[in-house]
Write a protein that binds this ligand. Structure first.
Ligand SMILES: Cc1cc2nc3c(=O)[nH]c(=O)nc-3n(C[C@H](O)[C@H](O)[C@H](O)COP(=O)(O)OP(=O)(O)OC[C@H]3O[C@@H](n4cnc5c(N)ncnc54)[C@H](O)[C@@H]3O)c2cc1C
Length: 468
Protein backbone atom coordinates (compact mmCIF):
# COMPACT_ATOMS: atom_id res chain seq x y z
CA UNK A 1 0.00 0.00 0.00
CA UNK A 2 1.10 3.57 -0.70
CA UNK A 3 -0.52 4.95 2.46
CA UNK A 4 -1.91 3.73 5.79
CA UNK A 5 -4.69 6.32 5.61
CA UNK A 6 -6.18 8.23 2.67
CA UNK A 7 -8.53 11.09 3.54
CA UNK A 8 -10.88 12.43 0.86
CA UNK A 9 -11.78 16.05 1.63
CA UNK A 10 -9.80 18.66 3.58
CA UNK A 11 -12.52 20.31 5.69
CA UNK A 12 -12.32 20.35 9.51
CA UNK A 13 -13.23 16.65 9.56
CA UNK A 14 -10.70 15.57 6.95
CA UNK A 15 -7.66 17.65 7.83
CA UNK A 16 -8.02 16.98 11.56
CA UNK A 17 -8.33 13.23 10.89
CA UNK A 18 -5.18 13.44 8.77
CA UNK A 19 -3.21 15.26 11.47
CA UNK A 20 -4.31 12.88 14.25
CA UNK A 21 -3.48 9.82 12.11
CA UNK A 22 -0.05 11.29 11.34
CA UNK A 23 0.51 12.03 15.05
CA UNK A 24 -0.20 8.35 15.68
CA UNK A 25 2.55 7.33 13.27
CA UNK A 26 0.52 6.64 10.14
CA UNK A 27 1.56 7.48 6.60
CA UNK A 28 -1.24 9.77 5.44
CA UNK A 29 -2.50 11.31 2.19
CA UNK A 30 -5.25 13.91 1.85
CA UNK A 31 -7.13 14.68 -1.36
CA UNK A 32 -8.86 18.03 -1.94
CA UNK A 33 -10.67 18.98 -5.12
CA UNK A 34 -10.05 22.71 -4.67
CA UNK A 35 -6.65 24.38 -4.81
CA UNK A 36 -6.98 25.49 -1.21
CA UNK A 37 -7.37 23.41 1.93
CA UNK A 38 -9.87 23.86 4.77
CA UNK A 39 -13.21 22.89 3.21
CA UNK A 40 -16.53 24.65 3.63
CA UNK A 41 -15.76 25.88 7.13
CA UNK A 42 -12.63 27.74 6.27
CA UNK A 43 -13.47 28.93 2.75
CA UNK A 44 -17.22 29.57 2.60
CA UNK A 45 -18.49 28.83 6.10
CA UNK A 46 -17.43 29.45 9.69
CA UNK A 47 -14.38 31.65 9.16
CA UNK A 48 -15.56 34.06 6.42
CA UNK A 49 -19.00 34.41 8.03
CA UNK A 50 -17.51 35.20 11.43
CA UNK A 51 -15.12 37.68 9.83
CA UNK A 52 -18.02 39.57 8.22
CA UNK A 53 -20.05 39.28 11.40
CA UNK A 54 -17.22 40.93 13.33
CA UNK A 55 -16.66 43.66 10.72
CA UNK A 56 -20.36 44.49 10.47
CA UNK A 57 -20.62 44.51 14.26
CA UNK A 58 -17.78 47.07 14.47
CA UNK A 59 -19.63 49.24 11.95
CA UNK A 60 -22.93 48.92 13.77
CA UNK A 61 -21.35 49.82 17.11
CA UNK A 62 -19.56 52.81 15.59
CA UNK A 63 -22.75 54.01 13.92
CA UNK A 64 -25.20 53.42 16.75
CA UNK A 65 -23.50 52.75 20.09
CA UNK A 66 -20.29 54.80 20.33
CA UNK A 67 -22.26 57.99 21.07
CA UNK A 68 -23.89 56.51 24.18
CA UNK A 69 -20.36 55.74 25.48
CA UNK A 70 -19.40 59.38 24.95
CA UNK A 71 -17.41 58.80 21.79
CA UNK A 72 -18.16 61.24 19.02
CA UNK A 73 -17.15 60.37 15.48
CA UNK A 74 -18.21 61.51 12.04
CA UNK A 75 -20.93 59.34 10.54
CA UNK A 76 -19.13 56.09 9.64
CA UNK A 77 -19.47 54.68 6.13
CA UNK A 78 -19.26 51.09 4.97
CA UNK A 79 -16.59 50.23 2.41
CA UNK A 80 -17.91 46.81 1.44
CA UNK A 81 -15.06 46.11 -0.97
CA UNK A 82 -12.48 46.52 1.82
CA UNK A 83 -14.62 44.53 4.23
CA UNK A 84 -14.88 41.62 1.79
CA UNK A 85 -11.18 41.98 0.92
CA UNK A 86 -10.23 41.69 4.58
CA UNK A 87 -12.43 38.60 4.84
CA UNK A 88 -10.58 37.08 1.87
CA UNK A 89 -7.23 37.86 3.54
CA UNK A 90 -8.34 36.13 6.73
CA UNK A 91 -9.38 33.06 4.72
CA UNK A 92 -6.03 32.98 2.88
CA UNK A 93 -4.15 33.22 6.17
CA UNK A 94 -6.11 30.24 7.48
CA UNK A 95 -5.62 28.27 4.20
CA UNK A 96 -1.89 28.77 4.61
CA UNK A 97 -2.14 27.64 8.22
CA UNK A 98 -3.73 24.31 7.22
CA UNK A 99 -1.13 23.84 4.47
CA UNK A 100 1.61 24.44 7.06
CA UNK A 101 0.06 21.83 9.36
CA UNK A 102 0.01 19.28 6.51
CA UNK A 103 3.73 19.86 5.89
CA UNK A 104 4.57 19.82 9.59
CA UNK A 105 2.85 16.44 9.95
CA UNK A 106 4.34 15.06 6.70
CA UNK A 107 0.92 14.53 5.15
CA UNK A 108 0.98 14.19 1.37
CA UNK A 109 -1.52 16.60 -0.22
CA UNK A 110 -3.13 15.83 -3.58
CA UNK A 111 -5.14 18.60 -5.24
CA UNK A 112 -7.76 16.90 -7.38
CA UNK A 113 -11.07 15.08 -7.34
CA UNK A 114 -10.99 11.73 -5.54
CA UNK A 115 -13.18 8.79 -6.47
CA UNK A 116 -13.18 5.11 -5.55
CA UNK A 117 -11.71 2.48 -7.86
CA UNK A 118 -12.00 -0.28 -5.24
CA UNK A 119 -11.95 -0.47 -1.44
CA UNK A 120 -8.24 0.31 -1.27
CA UNK A 121 -7.72 2.43 -4.38
CA UNK A 122 -8.65 6.05 -5.02
CA UNK A 123 -8.35 7.74 -8.39
CA UNK A 124 -7.37 11.40 -8.32
CA UNK A 125 -8.42 13.54 -11.29
CA UNK A 126 -5.89 16.27 -10.72
CA UNK A 127 -6.55 19.94 -11.28
CA UNK A 128 -3.77 20.05 -13.92
CA UNK A 129 -5.69 17.49 -16.02
CA UNK A 130 -3.55 14.47 -15.15
CA UNK A 131 -4.74 11.39 -13.26
CA UNK A 132 -3.17 9.25 -10.56
CA UNK A 133 -4.26 6.27 -8.50
CA UNK A 134 -3.15 5.76 -4.92
CA UNK A 135 -3.68 2.84 -2.56
CA UNK A 136 -4.49 2.95 1.14
CA UNK A 137 -5.21 0.46 3.91
CA UNK A 138 -7.86 2.78 5.39
CA UNK A 139 -9.90 5.42 3.62
CA UNK A 140 -11.78 8.23 5.35
CA UNK A 141 -14.57 9.93 3.40
CA UNK A 142 -14.87 13.56 4.55
CA UNK A 143 -16.45 15.21 1.53
CA UNK A 144 -18.79 17.48 3.48
CA UNK A 145 -21.89 19.26 2.28
CA UNK A 146 -23.26 21.86 -0.15
CA UNK A 147 -26.10 24.37 0.25
CA UNK A 148 -29.52 22.80 -0.28
CA UNK A 149 -31.67 24.44 -2.89
CA UNK A 150 -34.95 23.24 -4.37
CA UNK A 151 -35.71 23.45 -8.12
CA UNK A 152 -38.59 25.95 -7.76
CA UNK A 153 -36.23 28.33 -5.97
CA UNK A 154 -34.58 29.06 -9.32
CA UNK A 155 -31.12 29.64 -7.88
CA UNK A 156 -29.02 31.84 -10.17
CA UNK A 157 -26.14 32.82 -7.90
CA UNK A 158 -26.73 36.50 -8.71
CA UNK A 159 -29.88 37.67 -6.95
CA UNK A 160 -31.18 34.32 -5.76
CA UNK A 161 -28.18 33.25 -3.73
CA UNK A 162 -26.88 30.84 -1.10
CA UNK A 163 -24.50 31.54 1.78
CA UNK A 164 -21.55 31.12 -0.59
CA UNK A 165 -22.53 34.16 -2.68
CA UNK A 166 -23.77 36.09 0.37
CA UNK A 167 -20.16 36.09 1.62
CA UNK A 168 -19.02 37.86 -1.55
CA UNK A 169 -21.63 40.46 -2.51
CA UNK A 170 -20.43 43.59 -4.27
CA UNK A 171 -23.26 45.76 -2.90
CA UNK A 172 -25.35 45.93 0.25
CA UNK A 173 -28.88 44.71 -0.53
CA UNK A 174 -31.61 47.27 0.07
CA UNK A 175 -34.20 44.61 0.80
CA UNK A 176 -32.83 41.20 1.61
CA UNK A 177 -35.28 38.31 1.72
CA UNK A 178 -33.93 35.41 3.80
CA UNK A 179 -35.58 32.05 3.27
CA UNK A 180 -34.96 30.05 6.43
CA UNK A 181 -34.37 31.62 9.85
CA UNK A 182 -31.97 28.93 11.05
CA UNK A 183 -28.35 29.47 12.03
CA UNK A 184 -26.93 30.48 8.63
CA UNK A 185 -29.91 32.70 7.74
CA UNK A 186 -29.80 34.41 11.14
CA UNK A 187 -26.04 35.05 10.89
CA UNK A 188 -25.87 36.31 7.31
CA UNK A 189 -29.17 38.17 7.69
CA UNK A 190 -27.56 39.92 10.68
CA UNK A 191 -24.47 40.89 8.69
CA UNK A 192 -26.52 42.76 6.10
CA UNK A 193 -29.07 44.10 8.59
CA UNK A 194 -26.18 45.74 10.47
CA UNK A 195 -24.86 47.20 7.23
CA UNK A 196 -28.24 48.75 6.48
CA UNK A 197 -30.33 46.17 4.59
CA UNK A 198 -33.99 45.80 5.43
CA UNK A 199 -34.15 42.07 6.21
CA UNK A 200 -37.27 39.94 5.94
CA UNK A 201 -37.17 36.35 7.17
CA UNK A 202 -39.52 33.77 5.66
CA UNK A 203 -39.50 30.55 7.66
CA UNK A 204 -41.43 27.29 7.40
CA UNK A 205 -41.20 26.53 11.14
CA UNK A 206 -42.96 28.45 13.87
CA UNK A 207 -39.93 30.42 15.09
CA UNK A 208 -36.27 31.36 14.64
CA UNK A 209 -33.43 28.83 15.08
CA UNK A 210 -36.09 26.15 15.54
CA UNK A 211 -33.74 23.35 16.57
CA UNK A 212 -32.61 25.22 19.69
CA UNK A 213 -34.44 25.85 22.98
CA UNK A 214 -37.49 27.96 22.04
CA UNK A 215 -36.68 30.69 24.58
CA UNK A 216 -33.53 31.52 22.61
CA UNK A 217 -35.32 31.89 19.26
CA UNK A 218 -38.01 34.11 20.77
CA UNK A 219 -35.44 36.34 22.44
CA UNK A 220 -33.29 36.56 19.29
CA UNK A 221 -36.30 37.51 17.19
CA UNK A 222 -37.17 40.26 19.69
CA UNK A 223 -33.66 41.70 19.63
CA UNK A 224 -33.25 41.56 15.83
CA UNK A 225 -36.57 43.36 15.46
CA UNK A 226 -35.57 45.99 18.02
CA UNK A 227 -32.02 46.46 16.70
CA UNK A 228 -32.60 46.34 12.96
CA UNK A 229 -36.36 46.36 12.31
CA UNK A 230 -36.08 42.84 10.88
CA UNK A 231 -39.39 41.28 9.85
CA UNK A 232 -40.43 37.71 10.45
CA UNK A 233 -42.92 35.48 8.65
CA UNK A 234 -43.21 32.11 10.35
CA UNK A 235 -45.26 29.06 9.34
CA UNK A 236 -44.79 30.29 5.79
CA UNK A 237 -43.97 27.88 2.99
CA UNK A 238 -42.16 29.25 -0.05
CA UNK A 239 -43.56 27.90 -3.31
CA UNK A 240 -41.66 29.92 -5.91
CA UNK A 241 -38.79 32.36 -6.24
CA UNK A 242 -38.14 34.33 -9.41
CA UNK A 243 -35.61 36.88 -10.53
CA UNK A 244 -37.48 39.57 -12.42
CA UNK A 245 -34.38 41.57 -13.38
CA UNK A 246 -33.47 43.94 -10.58
CA UNK A 247 -35.93 42.40 -8.18
CA UNK A 248 -36.60 38.99 -6.71
CA UNK A 249 -40.15 37.89 -6.05
CA UNK A 250 -40.96 35.20 -3.52
CA UNK A 251 -44.35 33.52 -3.49
CA UNK A 252 -45.38 31.61 -0.38
CA UNK A 253 -48.32 30.14 1.46
CA UNK A 254 -48.95 31.50 4.94
CA UNK A 255 -50.36 29.63 7.96
CA UNK A 256 -53.92 30.46 6.86
CA UNK A 257 -53.32 28.87 3.46
CA UNK A 258 -53.29 32.26 1.73
CA UNK A 259 -50.84 33.10 -1.04
CA UNK A 260 -48.47 35.89 -0.04
CA UNK A 261 -45.67 37.57 -1.99
CA UNK A 262 -42.48 39.32 -0.94
CA UNK A 263 -40.09 41.33 -3.04
CA UNK A 264 -36.52 42.39 -2.51
CA UNK A 265 -33.35 42.98 -4.50
CA UNK A 266 -31.65 39.82 -3.17
CA UNK A 267 -32.96 36.54 -1.83
CA UNK A 268 -30.73 34.40 0.37
CA UNK A 269 -31.82 30.77 0.43
CA UNK A 270 -30.61 29.22 3.69
CA UNK A 271 -32.82 26.17 4.14
CA UNK A 272 -30.08 23.74 5.12
CA UNK A 273 -27.27 21.76 3.54
CA UNK A 274 -27.12 18.43 1.75
CA UNK A 275 -24.44 15.80 2.18
CA UNK A 276 -22.03 15.89 -0.77
CA UNK A 277 -21.02 12.50 -2.15
CA UNK A 278 -21.35 13.37 -5.85
CA UNK A 279 -19.17 11.40 -8.27
CA UNK A 280 -17.31 9.58 -5.49
CA UNK A 281 -18.16 6.34 -7.29
CA UNK A 282 -19.38 4.76 -4.06
CA UNK A 283 -20.92 1.96 -6.17
CA UNK A 284 -17.43 0.62 -6.78
CA UNK A 285 -17.15 -0.26 -3.10
CA UNK A 286 -20.81 -1.12 -2.47
CA UNK A 287 -21.77 1.89 -0.33
CA UNK A 288 -25.24 3.37 -0.96
CA UNK A 289 -26.10 6.69 0.68
CA UNK A 290 -29.38 6.69 2.63
CA UNK A 291 -32.56 8.60 1.63
CA UNK A 292 -31.09 11.85 2.94
CA UNK A 293 -27.95 11.32 0.84
CA UNK A 294 -25.86 10.57 3.92
CA UNK A 295 -23.44 7.70 4.42
CA UNK A 296 -24.47 5.23 7.13
CA UNK A 297 -21.81 4.40 9.70
CA UNK A 298 -21.31 2.28 12.79
CA UNK A 299 -22.17 4.62 15.68
CA UNK A 300 -19.09 3.68 17.71
CA UNK A 301 -16.36 3.45 15.06
CA UNK A 302 -17.79 5.55 12.19
CA UNK A 303 -16.85 2.68 9.89
CA UNK A 304 -19.12 2.27 6.85
CA UNK A 305 -20.56 -1.06 5.75
CA UNK A 306 -17.17 -1.68 4.10
CA UNK A 307 -14.36 -2.59 6.54
CA UNK A 308 -11.53 -0.06 6.37
CA UNK A 309 -13.67 2.72 4.90
CA UNK A 310 -14.85 5.37 7.37
CA UNK A 311 -17.03 8.48 7.00
CA UNK A 312 -17.06 11.66 9.11
CA UNK A 313 -18.46 15.18 9.30
CA UNK A 314 -21.37 16.61 7.34
CA UNK A 315 -21.82 13.48 5.20
CA UNK A 316 -22.98 11.42 8.19
CA UNK A 317 -25.83 11.87 10.68
CA UNK A 318 -25.75 14.50 13.38
CA UNK A 319 -25.24 18.24 13.58
CA UNK A 320 -23.51 19.82 10.60
CA UNK A 321 -20.85 21.57 12.65
CA UNK A 322 -17.12 21.97 12.24
CA UNK A 323 -16.26 20.93 15.80
CA UNK A 324 -18.43 17.81 15.49
CA UNK A 325 -16.55 16.91 12.28
CA UNK A 326 -13.22 17.48 14.07
CA UNK A 327 -14.14 15.19 16.96
CA UNK A 328 -15.13 12.53 14.45
CA UNK A 329 -11.82 12.95 12.58
CA UNK A 330 -9.92 12.33 15.80
CA UNK A 331 -12.17 9.38 16.70
CA UNK A 332 -11.58 7.62 13.38
CA UNK A 333 -7.79 8.13 13.44
CA UNK A 334 -7.64 6.72 16.97
CA UNK A 335 -9.98 3.84 16.07
CA UNK A 336 -7.70 2.91 13.15
CA UNK A 337 -4.75 2.44 15.54
CA UNK A 338 -6.84 0.29 17.86
CA UNK A 339 -7.84 2.84 20.50
CA UNK A 340 -11.40 3.02 21.82
CA UNK A 341 -12.36 6.72 21.71
CA UNK A 342 -15.86 8.02 22.36
CA UNK A 343 -17.86 11.10 21.37
CA UNK A 344 -20.60 12.38 23.64
CA UNK A 345 -22.89 13.70 20.89
CA UNK A 346 -25.33 15.20 23.38
CA UNK A 347 -22.54 17.54 24.47
CA UNK A 348 -21.65 19.05 21.11
CA UNK A 349 -22.48 22.73 21.62
CA UNK A 350 -24.41 24.73 19.04
CA UNK A 351 -23.69 28.43 18.51
CA UNK A 352 -25.26 31.25 16.49
CA UNK A 353 -22.91 34.20 16.05
CA UNK A 354 -25.55 36.91 15.92
CA UNK A 355 -25.46 39.80 18.37
CA UNK A 356 -26.36 38.88 20.95
CA UNK A 357 -24.79 35.47 20.42
CA UNK A 358 -26.77 32.32 21.07
CA UNK A 359 -25.28 29.11 22.43
CA UNK A 360 -26.65 25.86 23.67
CA UNK A 361 -25.66 22.46 24.98
CA UNK A 362 -27.61 19.43 26.14
CA UNK A 363 -31.35 19.00 26.30
CA UNK A 364 -33.76 21.81 25.47
CA UNK A 365 -36.76 22.45 27.68
CA UNK A 366 -39.02 21.19 24.88
CA UNK A 367 -37.07 17.90 24.72
CA UNK A 368 -37.26 17.41 28.48
CA UNK A 369 -41.01 18.05 28.46
CA UNK A 370 -41.52 15.63 25.57
CA UNK A 371 -39.46 12.92 27.30
CA UNK A 372 -41.40 13.33 30.53
CA UNK A 373 -38.21 13.84 32.56
CA UNK A 374 -38.78 15.86 35.72
CA UNK A 375 -36.55 18.95 35.63
CA UNK A 376 -35.85 22.24 37.36
CA UNK A 377 -35.13 25.50 35.59
CA UNK A 378 -33.05 28.50 36.58
CA UNK A 379 -32.88 31.67 34.51
CA UNK A 380 -30.84 34.82 34.93
CA UNK A 381 -31.24 37.96 32.81
CA UNK A 382 -28.25 39.88 31.47
CA UNK A 383 -29.85 43.14 32.59
CA UNK A 384 -29.18 42.15 36.21
CA UNK A 385 -25.47 41.60 35.49
CA UNK A 386 -22.98 44.34 36.39
CA UNK A 387 -20.65 43.48 33.51
CA UNK A 388 -23.47 43.65 30.96
CA UNK A 389 -24.74 46.97 32.31
CA UNK A 390 -21.17 48.37 32.16
CA UNK A 391 -20.75 47.45 28.52
CA UNK A 392 -24.33 48.25 27.51
CA UNK A 393 -25.04 44.70 26.32
CA UNK A 394 -28.03 43.95 28.50
CA UNK A 395 -30.11 41.86 26.09
CA UNK A 396 -30.21 38.17 26.87
CA UNK A 397 -30.38 35.51 29.53
CA UNK A 398 -28.88 32.24 30.72
CA UNK A 399 -31.10 29.22 31.31
CA UNK A 400 -29.86 26.18 33.23
CA UNK A 401 -31.93 22.99 33.24
CA UNK A 402 -31.26 20.35 35.88
CA UNK A 403 -32.72 17.01 36.88
CA UNK A 404 -35.43 17.56 39.50
CA UNK A 405 -34.17 14.82 41.83
CA UNK A 406 -30.40 14.63 41.33
CA UNK A 407 -29.75 18.28 40.34
CA UNK A 408 -27.51 17.06 37.47
CA UNK A 409 -27.20 19.73 34.76
CA UNK A 410 -29.13 18.57 31.69
CA UNK A 411 -28.90 21.63 29.47
CA UNK A 412 -27.44 25.14 29.36
CA UNK A 413 -28.90 27.72 26.97
CA UNK A 414 -27.55 31.22 26.59
CA UNK A 415 -28.43 34.26 24.54
CA UNK A 416 -26.30 37.29 25.22
CA UNK A 417 -22.88 38.89 24.77
CA UNK A 418 -20.04 36.30 24.65
CA UNK A 419 -22.44 33.33 24.74
CA UNK A 420 -20.29 31.50 22.15
CA UNK A 421 -17.36 31.35 24.58
CA UNK A 422 -19.43 31.00 27.73
CA UNK A 423 -21.10 27.78 26.60
CA UNK A 424 -17.80 25.96 27.20
CA UNK A 425 -18.55 26.13 30.94
CA UNK A 426 -21.85 24.33 30.35
CA UNK A 427 -20.10 21.68 28.23
CA UNK A 428 -17.39 21.16 30.85
CA UNK A 429 -19.94 20.93 33.65
CA UNK A 430 -21.99 18.38 31.75
CA UNK A 431 -18.92 16.34 30.67
CA UNK A 432 -18.10 15.95 34.37
CA UNK A 433 -21.78 15.41 35.22
CA UNK A 434 -21.85 18.39 37.55
CA UNK A 435 -24.95 19.34 39.48
CA UNK A 436 -26.44 22.82 39.18
CA UNK A 437 -25.29 23.40 42.76
CA UNK A 438 -21.69 22.48 41.77
CA UNK A 439 -21.83 25.20 39.11
CA UNK A 440 -23.43 27.66 41.51
CA UNK A 441 -20.74 27.10 44.15
CA UNK A 442 -17.80 27.69 41.80
CA UNK A 443 -16.21 31.12 42.23
CA UNK A 444 -16.74 33.20 39.10
CA UNK A 445 -14.69 36.37 38.64
CA UNK A 446 -16.61 39.60 39.13
CA UNK A 447 -17.65 41.44 37.09
CA UNK A 448 -17.92 38.96 34.20
CA UNK A 449 -20.63 37.69 31.90
CA UNK A 450 -19.90 34.22 33.27
CA UNK A 451 -21.52 35.19 36.56
CA UNK A 452 -24.85 34.83 34.73
CA UNK A 453 -24.16 31.07 34.42
CA UNK A 454 -23.46 30.83 38.16
CA UNK A 455 -26.61 32.81 38.98
CA UNK A 456 -28.80 30.72 36.64
CA UNK A 457 -27.33 27.56 38.18
CA UNK A 458 -28.16 28.87 41.68
CA UNK A 459 -31.68 29.62 40.47
CA UNK A 460 -31.99 26.07 39.11
CA UNK A 461 -30.59 24.49 42.30
CA UNK A 462 -33.04 25.93 44.74
CA UNK A 463 -34.29 29.25 43.42
CA UNK A 464 -31.43 30.98 45.23
CA UNK A 465 -29.93 33.33 42.72
CA UNK A 466 -28.32 36.20 44.63
CA UNK A 467 -28.81 39.05 42.16
CA UNK A 468 -32.30 38.51 40.82
C1 LIG B 1 -22.08 30.06 6.05
C2 LIG B 1 -21.71 28.92 6.98
C3 LIG B 1 -21.31 29.20 8.26
C4 LIG B 1 -20.95 28.17 9.11
N1 LIG B 1 -20.55 28.49 10.37
C5 LIG B 1 -20.19 27.50 11.21
C6 LIG B 1 -19.74 27.82 12.52
O1 LIG B 1 -19.64 28.98 12.90
N2 LIG B 1 -19.38 26.80 13.33
C7 LIG B 1 -19.48 25.50 12.94
O2 LIG B 1 -19.16 24.60 13.72
N3 LIG B 1 -19.89 25.16 11.70
C8 LIG B 1 -20.25 26.13 10.83
N4 LIG B 1 -20.65 25.82 9.56
C9 LIG B 1 -20.71 24.38 9.19
C10 LIG B 1 -19.33 23.84 8.86
O3 LIG B 1 -18.75 24.62 7.83
C11 LIG B 1 -19.41 22.38 8.44
O4 LIG B 1 -20.10 21.65 9.42
C12 LIG B 1 -18.01 21.78 8.29
O5 LIG B 1 -17.28 22.48 7.32
C13 LIG B 1 -18.11 20.30 7.91
O6 LIG B 1 -16.82 19.79 7.78
P1 LIG B 1 -16.51 18.54 6.85
O7 LIG B 1 -15.05 18.28 7.04
O8 LIG B 1 -17.47 17.47 7.09
O9 LIG B 1 -16.78 19.04 5.35
P2 LIG B 1 -16.42 20.32 4.51
O10 LIG B 1 -15.90 21.41 5.35
O11 LIG B 1 -17.59 20.59 3.65
O12 LIG B 1 -15.19 19.84 3.61
C14 LIG B 1 -15.32 18.88 2.62
C15 LIG B 1 -14.19 19.06 1.63
O13 LIG B 1 -14.16 17.94 0.77
C16 LIG B 1 -13.88 18.37 -0.55
N5 LIG B 1 -14.35 17.33 -1.46
C17 LIG B 1 -15.64 16.94 -1.66
N6 LIG B 1 -15.68 15.90 -2.51
C18 LIG B 1 -14.40 15.65 -2.87
C19 LIG B 1 -13.79 14.69 -3.72
N7 LIG B 1 -14.53 13.77 -4.32
N8 LIG B 1 -12.46 14.72 -3.88
C20 LIG B 1 -11.71 15.64 -3.23
N9 LIG B 1 -12.23 16.57 -2.40
C21 LIG B 1 -13.55 16.56 -2.22
C22 LIG B 1 -14.63 19.68 -0.64
O14 LIG B 1 -14.12 20.48 -1.68
C23 LIG B 1 -14.37 20.28 0.73
O15 LIG B 1 -13.21 21.05 0.74
C24 LIG B 1 -20.98 26.82 8.67
C25 LIG B 1 -21.37 26.54 7.35
C26 LIG B 1 -21.73 27.57 6.51
C27 LIG B 1 -22.11 27.26 5.11
Amino acid sequence: MDFDVIVIGSGPGGYVAAIRAAQLGKKVAIIEKYDVLGGTCLNVGCIPSKTLLDSSEHYHNAAYHFAEHGIKINTPKVDLKTMIGRKNDVVTKMNNGVEFLMKKNKIKVFNGFGSFVDKNTVKIAKNDGSEEQIKGTNIIIATGSKPMILPFMNYDGKRIITSTEALNLSEIPKNLLVIGAGVIGAELGSVYARLGSKVTFIEFAGGMIPTMDATLGKELQKVLKKQHGAEFNFNTKVTNISNTGKEVEVTAENSKGETVTFSGDYCLVSIGRRAYTDNLNLDAVGITPNKRGMIEVNDHTLETSVPGIYAIGDIIRGAMLAHKAEEEGVLVAETIVGQKPHIHYNLIPGVVYTWPEVASVGATEEELKASGRAYKKGQFPYKALGRAVASGDTDGLVKVLADKETDEVLGVHIIGARAADMIAEGVTAMEFRASAEDLGRISHAHPTYMEAVKEAALAATDNRSIHS
